[in-house]
Design a protein around this ligand. Structure first.
Ligand code: NAD
Ligand code: TYD
Length: 380
């Protein structure tokens, strides 16, 4: 069967990538979706069990740092689009091992860019799939994070109603697409460097690119080193909940399927060379989020209210812990009409339901080296 588009999604076996792959495979049967993933500790093909047999889905196990492999895959599938999510993604790991973050996030992105340029530039950045039909313009779509902007001040520690969403805001400023980059962690520094390379390939070689910077995602299939799945699992087993510092740090949370929908809209209708911020206008202090999570998990497990509160354990702060992230996503709303579909409480209920009814998934990803990491990391 001929496909109207061939799209490579890197990091498709990870948390966000698996939702993007699923959305594209199901929504666009006329596209071939090629999932390119090295399957690190964070990559798991079980995240894609429901779509692995679909005729428009292919998996290629490969490392984005391997330029020859990337060029061969782009050429093999005659890819016209690349949605690039593959990365090392966890701040705590970046503090312990910054080299692997520079390797994957900076050099890996550069090798993918160079491969795309080698394949696409001689074709004038357009790919022909069907004889007689108009060629498809190429696009390198890079998925980045709000963490590249650094940290915002906590000017309203008690929180106030946001003038934009009606939700809570803990400061007066938000990250916009014009905010200067000021990354603090090795993770955010490596993502910032990769964003700069992507834009440099546009400015220098004319590569059609889009960069999006999204806030913290949550939902099914997130590796349990990140706050929400880690804490759901710990509450379930009555293990301590290690809250860094005083728990006053603020994050802006977005349900992962809303991010995937935004990526779909931007891939198809976003303006090349533009940046779009994606966020939920949904700021939460870590400690308030943890208390809400305890209430939801305890209720779903039929436990009495408050019975897991004593699991909260304040531990030494993360080094360089960014105080507050909050995204202004009005450009995306204005230009493409995207809005988050779920209220946070609703998304969290769905998320808790998913983790509690997919214990086998959790047991599989927490076997092997995971407990070693956990014990070294938290010393609990
Ligand atoms: P994740 O850690 O769950 O998944 C990363 C995936 O990339 C895994 O499948 C892994 O196997 C793969 N990978 C890692 N190194 C690779 C390599 N060298 N070659 C090929 N594949 C490799 O990450 P995630 O949370 O799904 O994040 C995906 C992207 O979205 C990242 O670029 C991240 O920076 C960005 N992002 C994440 C969040 C968030 O809250 N999780 C928010 C904004 C942006
Ligand atoms: P995380 O999920 O690691 O995402 P990020 O660091 O990219 O924002 O952490 C979310 C917030 O929760 C962050 O402020 C750090 C905090 N946190 C804890 O307090 N304890 C934990 O065990 C973890 C993993 C995170």
């Amino acid at each position: 069967m001929g496909f109207s588009r061939n799209i490579i999604i890197t990091g498709g076996a990870g948390f966000i990538g698996s939702h993007v792959v699923r959305l594209f495979v199901n929504r666009y049967p006329g596209y071939r979706i090629v999932n390119v993933d090295k399957l690190t500790y964070a990559g798991n093909l079980a995240n894609l069990k429901d779509i692995e047999g679909k005729p428009n889905y292919v998996f290629e196990k490969a490392d984005i740092c391997d330029f020859d492999a990337m060029l061969a895959i782009i050429r093999k599938y005659n890819a016209d689009g690349i949605i690039h999510l593959a990365a090392e993604s966890h701040v705590d790991r970046s503090i312990r091992d910054p080299f692997s973050f520079a390797g994957t996030n900076v050099m890996g992105t550069l090798s993918l860019l160079q491969a795309a340029m080698t394949a696409w530039e001689p074709l004038g950045w357009k790919i022909s799939h069907t004889p007689g039909a108009a060629p498809v313009p190429c696009l390198f779509y890079h998925i980045s994070t709000d963490e590249v902007y650094g940290a915002l001040e906590l000017t309203c520690p008690e929180g106030k109603k946001s003038g934009i969403s009606g939700g809570m805001a803990y400061g007066d400023r938000l990250f916009t697409e014009e905010t200067a980059y000021r990354p603090h962690s090795p993770y955010s520094a490596s993502k910032a460097a990769s964003d700069h390379f992507v834009r440099a390939f546009h400015d220098t070689y004319g590569m059609p690119v889009i960069v999006t910077n999204c806030s913290n995602n949550y939902g099914p299939y997130q590796f349990p080193e990140k706050l929400i799945p880690l804490f759901i699992n710990n509450i379930r087993y009555g293990r301590p909940l290690p809250v860094y510092g005083n728990g006053e740090n603020v994050r802006d949370w977005l349900y992962v399927e809303d991010h995937a929908r935004a990526i779909d809209m931007i891939f198809h209708r976003g303006r090349p060379a533009e940046t779009y911020n994606i966020g939920g206008f949904n700021e939460w202090k870590n400690i308030d989020l943890v208390r809400l999570l305890i209430r939801v998990v305890d209720r779903k497990l039929g436990r009495s209210e408050g019975c897991s509160d004593s699991l909260i354990t304040f531990v030494p702060d993360r080094k360089g812990h960014d105080v507050r992230y909050a995204i202004d996503s009005r450009k995306l709303r204005r230009e493409l009409g995207w809005t988050p579909s779920l209220q946070f409480e609703e998304g969290l209920e769905k998320t808790v339901d998913w983790y509690l009814s997919n214990q086998e998934w959790m047991d599989n990803v927490t076997s092997g080296d995971y407990m070693k990491y956990y014990e070294e990391m938290y010393n609990l």
